[in-house]
Ligand binder design. Structure first.
Ligand code: GLP
Length: 244
């Protein structure tokens, strides 16, 4: 779906999420959201916060699982995804802290493997993700599933691509400061979500969006795996759609 602006598009996505939260509330069920970081979802979170403050949208039944976190990364570091999510969403809504799940960037190496297994199990214990919000990296990654990621991959540690690290360099002041690894949900984890919405804004995403939507399905561009998911929408602004 192509919108004239990312503002309009973000509002539509936020309203879809709000409708799902409310529906689950009336059913007395938790609403399990997979959440993304990066610049793309910021306006979606802004609109959700506005709806909480002005329209009484409650997050009391919302359970969240974030896609990824740098590794190693202290949660108090302003570059952490933990910090990002609290600044942009969690600090402003009535979500219960025990319902927030973000990969632990400080988990000791020898506990990392078990941590990833437990993260998967926790998602499954809620019956899976009701909704997964995604951005896309210029390597075609979703979450931090870089090229080469397997279709059935689960939550795990991954080595970041050079392009991904270069794109993150400005927020870390220099490339050398960008962690070389991350913990990410897998492609399999993402694809098991009942509904997926991928956001992409701006010219610099146009080329990878063309490949993700029109290219053949390949592990070289992990976002192409979404072509096989039967309830995924790519939400684009005009600039991101220009190569289609
Ligand atoms: C990072 C995140 C991804 C995100 C991507 C794009 O790599 N791990 O989840 O989709 O950046 O970020 P942006 O939305 O800022 O373009």
């Amino acid at each position: 779906v192509i919108f004239e602006s990312s503002n309009k598009a973000s509002n539509v996505v936020a309203h879809e999420i709000a409708a799902l939260i409310r529906k689950k509330q009336t059913q007395g069920l938790p609403c399990v959201l997979g959440l993304a970081t990066g610049s793309s979802p910021i306006k979606v979170y802004e609109e959700l916060v506005r709806m909480h403050k002005e329209e009484g949208l409650s997050f009391s039944n919302v359970v969240t699982f974030n896609l990824d976190e740098y590794y190693p990364m202290d949660k108090n570091n302003i570059q952490s995804y933990y910090y990002f999510m609290h600044v942009h969403l969690f600090n402003h809504v009535d979500i219960l802290s025990e319902n927030i799940h973000i990969p632990n960037g400080k988990i000791p190496v020898d506990e990392l493997y078990q941590f990833c297994i437990d993260y998967e199990m926790k998602i499954k214990s809620y019956g899976g993700l009701d909704f997964q919000l995604l951005g896309i990296g210029r390597t075609g990654h979703i979450g931090f599933n870089e090229p080469g990621s397997h279709l059935n991959s689960a939550t795990r540690s991954i080595t970041l691509d050079y392009i991904t690290r270069a794109d993150a360099a400005s927020s870390f002041l220099s490339l050398d400061n960008v962690p070389r690894k991350a913990i990410t949900m897998g492609i399999g984890t993402i694809k098991s979500a009942k509904r997926i919405v991928l956001l992409a804004w701006g010219n610099n995403k146009a080329q990878i969006i063309k490949q993700a939507i029109e290219g053949k399905i390949t592990s070289n561009i992990p976002a192409t795996y979404l072509q096989e998911h039967d309830n995924t929408t790519f939400v684009l602004d005009y600039e991101a759609s220009t190569e289609l």
